[in-house]
Design a binder for this molecule. Structure first.
Ligand code: SAH
Length: 241
């Protein structure tokens, strides 16, 4: 069964509606008296009984607390330069499956894509919906935050106390050599856009963030989305997640 999430903490009876209600009532054909697992916005999962239903909307009563979000070994942030077409959709979906906590889209110097305010908010809504769907599909207990589109400088300021892992196409030091710094704690994985990082972006992160580790992912130049997911998979493996 796909995960059902609420965007509020479950404390008492609540109403299930929309696509989740449709799934439970129409697709699974659950009815009054049946029990559904629901995870709330704080990561707590409850067994909830359907106490009332008209086939479209249901009223649910939490019966039993089943689990809480596992203690985390630290926050994993994925910051990626804006990508062309639907490439960023893919990064959000797969990043969610791989367990990132926060995704920050970055408007970078070599980005081909430039979004005006209107398109930014459309894209953000779309990306947030993709994150919710991917979280439900893969059964994780929370939904990653898809942050507002930020500048590179803002990212470096907001997360200056985190460890930054920067796969950089001109670097030769292998990722393997810096892995110990990323096995736990709060980290940011930074991936450049199709045009790569500018020299000044590399200078900025190195001067603003004390713990910056730029690395090579090998002799081949990967597409940004491949680089993001390959790096994340390695990091999650190392963190035992
Ligand atoms: N246009 C650039 C490549 C950009 S690839 C060039 O031709 O050099 C997009 C991003 O993926 C890069 O900025 C980097 O973050 C990551 N990436 C791709 N291949 C990489 C590699 N071999 N080592 C480190 N990072 C890589």
């Amino acid at each position: 069964m796909r995960k059902i999430f609420t965007d509020f903490p479950i404390t008492d009876e609540f109403i299930l509606q929309g696509i989740d209600a449709k799934h439970v009532l129409r697709v699974l054909r659950y009815d009054v008296g049946d029990t559904v697992m629901v995870t709330d916005c704080t990561g707590n999962t409850y067994a909830c009984e359907i106490v009332e239903s008209d086939g479209v909307v249901a009223r649910l009563q939490p019966l039993k607390h089943i689990s809480s979000k596992k203690a985390s070994s630290g926050v994993v942030v994925l910051a990626v330069g804006l990508l062309k077409n639907d490439k960023f959709d893919w990064v959000i979906q797969k990043g969610t499956e791989l367990g990132v906590d926060v995704i920050v889209p970055i408007q970078m110097e070599h980005c081909v894509v430039k979004l005006n305010d209107n398109r930014q908010s459309n894209k953000l809504n779309r990306w947030r919906r993709i994150a919710i769907e991917a979280a439900k599909q893969c059964g994780r207990d929370d939904i990653p935050i898809v942050d507002e589109i930020a500048t590179w400088d803002k990212l470096c300021i907001d997360y200056k106390d985190y460890h930054f892992l920067v796969p950089y196409e001109r670097e030769t030091r292998p990722l393997r050599d810096v892995i110990p710094a990323f096995r736990q704690g709060n980290i940011v994985v930074c991936i450049g856009p199709e045009g790569g990082f500018s020299l000044s972006e590399i200078d900025v992160v190195k001067s603003m963030v004390g713990a910056t580790y730029s690395v090579s992912l090998g002799t081949r130049i990967l597409r940004a989305e491949t680089a993001a997911l390959a790096t994340l998979a390695i990091i999650m493996y190392e963190r035992g997640l």
